[in-house]
Design a protein around this ligand. Structure first.
Ligand SMILES: O=C(O)C(=O)Cc1ccccc1
Length: 319
């Protein structure tokens, strides 16, 4: 297979990321290549060795997966084309024959730890936690004898010759992780009517109400946010950028106008793409913010300039 048909993912084999990737129909015709880290998976796309990469970006317990959020905000630009939601339940994987009383060390991806914290406190209060590069990597390290147990998907047990000692572990009910399929910049995914748009924003200068200014651009156009994260820019204490997801597609007028407002307001805006929502939820579009409303307003302005503002003030919603 060629680079054009290759997708990388946070590996090694047996991660939740791989399970999420395999839910995409196109994965069946791709060469799926596990990588050791999120930056490695994304760099393979940047260098042209792969056409896409699936990486975790957010979970319902702790919010953003910062390695991914930061990686998309820096370096050679990339874009998101798809998202995948996967309900997450962990299994405690051990070498065959291990008794729970003998477990002294446990491992897993750092994002897994807050999802099993209560369980650990209750059943393995004295076990020491060490982070692994991914949940499957933790399973691999247990196979090698480096740790006694790993939190991973139950499906990873067979791959690493382990057995699931306990299954269905999740502190929070309905714990879900969101993954994104990332590629090199090109035209955004087609609008479906149930889409999301992601950007990274750098403010011109820190000032009172800077975040309010950003929010205002969305709020004034009736655009709902689904995630907002402030991340240090690395340029000094107190210097932050914002990583923001909102409902809607860049081709929806209200979203396009909000992005133009942000472009005027901010020193830099990185457009990370518009893509179909995995849950297919369509936005509730507030009256006065439909495409027709924006077009009618632009039309009215043209008529004002032409000296014939005959339908002044009436929007498509009013008619
Ligand atoms: O994909 C994996 O297995 C990972 O290590 C990332 C992760 C961590 C926690 C929940 C879902 C995905």
């Amino acid at each position: 297979m060629t680079a054009a048909s290759r997708y990388t993912y946070l590996g090694p084999e047996g991660t939740f990321t791989e399970a999420a990737l395999r839910t995409l129909p196109e994965a069946a015709t791709r060469e799926l290549v596990p990588m050791i880290s999120v930056p490695a998976a994304l760099d393979a796309v940047r260098s042209g060795e792969a056409a896409g990469a699936l990486v975790p970006i957010e979970n319902s317990v702790e919010g953003g997966v910062l390695a991914t959020v930061d990686e998309l905000a820096s370096g050679q630009p990339l874009m998101i084309y798809r998202e995948v939601l996967l309900p997450i339940a962990f299994a405690l994987l051990v070498r065959p024959g291990t008794a729970i009383e003998s477990i002294k060390t446990v491992t897993g991806h750092p994002v897994a730890q807050p999802q099993v914290r209560d369980w650990l406190k209750r059943f393995l209060p004295d076990a020491q936690w060490e982070s692994a590069a991914s949940n499957a990597d933790g399973a691999r390290l247990v196979q090698e004898g480096r740790y006694d147990a790993a939190f991973a998907g139950e499906f990873a047990a067979a791959i690493y010759g382990l057995e699931p000692l306990v299954t269905d572990i999740h502190d929070a009910h309905n714990a879900t992780t969101r993954f994104v399929l990332v590629g090199r910049p090109a035209r955004p995914a087609a609008r479906t009517g149930a889409d999301k748009t992601s950007v990274v924003l750098w403010l011109r200068a820190d000032h009172p109400g800077a975040l309010l200014d950003v929010l205002q651009e969305y709020a004034a156009r009736g655009v709902n946010l689904t995630r907002i994260e402030s991340r240090p820019t690395g340029k000094g204490i107190g210097q932050y950028c914002f990583s923001v997801d909102c409902e809607g597609h860049v081709s929806d007028r209200r979203v396009g106008e909000a992005l133009m407002g942000l472009r005027r307001l901010c020193s830099d805006v990185r457009y990370l793409g518009s893509y179909p929502r995995a849950d297919h939820v369509e936005p509730a579009v507030r009256s006065g913010t439909t495409d027709e409303d924006f077009l009618a307003a632009a039309d009215w302005l043209t008529r004002c300039l032409d000296g014939r503002p005959d339908e002044t003030g009436r929007t498509a919603t009013d008619r």
